[in-house]
Design a protein around this ligand. Structure first.
Ligand code: MN
Length: 359
């Protein structure tokens, strides 16, 4: 693919990140935003906020893309009630005169399905998972902030761009959801951004997103996961079975990690020929992402933050025995990696109680 025409220079080195970002994308015909696969609110809202900045300051057309699926009910509610228009990434015909802006992730991290020959103009991210940004014109990666939306809010503030309720609500929820859980993975910059955004937030829409309605399958999968939850010292290991919604493992891990007797929660289940895994911990700076990578090493892929991580293992065969075999391999690995002695797991809910409670 030929190189895009470089943008004209407005500022010099040492100028604000927002100005350098605008310089990098100026002069292109259109600005296209992309995020990591299966986008979360932080990545969705970062695209919304940056598109708002580009339209206001450069008057260029913008396009938001979707790589993978929109998982949780809350995330679907965010997209629906804020009318976030997303084009599936595999339907896009990439053009050389576009500026391509990647948010909430970095190139060559295995978190995108974008064709490898599409040049990336700008990267704005807060993950410390190293990517390869050597060919990117503008890079703003700050692992010290809790959310990419915080950086985007800073850009809008620096450029004096008026906020709309839609943009403010998206960014606010992006930061709030990214910082959820304890211990917090955020700081004063995130708090300042939320304070700045809050007066402009549509509070009814925010409440609608936070309390998104849940489908029947949510409760079915939760029941299976609780019936198949086992305690191993400071770990709770849960098997959610066949998943009808891929995000279930993350939702259940979020719930289980709040159990007062444990420090680690791992939930896994089968979705479309893969075992999906979600790991959570209450231990600060625990590098859950690296730990899950060690658990699935040689079997699949994983990544994440200190307290949260996700991963997937492709199943070579869909038979019950192949699933069982991978499950016991995961069980052995997680105990080993977390330094827990090999032992029989204790059921979270005893078999006797399970049977007795069925009326
Ligand atoms: Mn993020």
């Amino acid at each position: 693919m030929p190189e895009a025409e470089p943008g004209k220079t407005i500022g010099k080195r040492g100028t604000s990140p927002s100005l350098r970002f605008l310089n990098a994308v100026a002069g292109h015909k259109e600005v296209v935003f992309l995020s990591h696969i299966n986008p979360d609110p932080d990545s969705l809202a970062s695209m919304v906020g940056l598109a708002h900045l580009v339209r206001n300051r450069l008057h260029l057309p913008t396009r938001l893309t979707r790589d993978g699926f929109i998982g949780r009910a809350e995330n679907q509610a965010l997209v629906r009630c804020l009318d976030i228009e997303l084009e599936p990434i595999d339907e896009i015909e990439w053009r050389p005169d576009w500026a391509v802006v990647m948010v909430d992730s970095q190139p060559h991290t295995g978190r995108h399905t974008l064709p490898a020959d599409v040049p990336i103009t700008a990267v704005i991210d807060h993950h410390d998972t190293p990517g390869d940004c050597s060919a990117v014109t503008f890079v703003d990666v700050r692992a010290t902030v809790g959310a990419t939306c915080t950086l985007v809010t800073e850009y809008l503030l620096e450029q004096h761009v008026p906020l709309t309720p839609r943009v403010a609500t998206a960014l606010y929820y992006g930061i709030e959801s990214e910082l959820a859980g304890y211990p917090r993975e955020g700081g004063p910059l995130d708090d300042a951004a939320m304070q700045f955004l809050y007066p402009h937030v549509d509070k009814d829409k925010l409440a609608f997103i936070r309390n998104a309605r849940l489908p029947h399958e949510y409760y079915e999968t939760l029941l299976v996961a609780l019936q198949n939850a086992f305690l191993y010292d400071k770990l709770i290991l849960s098997w959610a079975g066949e998943l009808s919604r891929p995000e279930s493992v993350a939702e259940i891990a979020d719930l289980l990690v709040r159990f007062e007797e444990i420090d680690w929660a791992l939930c896994h289940g089968v979705y479309e020929q893969q075992i999906l895994l979600s790991l959570r911990t209450v231990r600060p700076r625990a590098q859950a992402g690296l730990i899950l990578q060690r658990i699935v090493d040689g079997l699949g892929k994983a990544g994440g933050h200190h307290r949260r991580a996700g991963g997937a293992i492709p199943l070579t065969s869909p038979t019950v025995s192949a699933v069982e075999q991978t499950r016991s391999q995961i069980r052995r690995r997680v105990l080993e990696v977390l330094g827990i002695d090999e032992q029989r797991g204790q059921r979270l809910v005893s078999r006797k109680d399970l049977l007795e409670s069925i009326g």
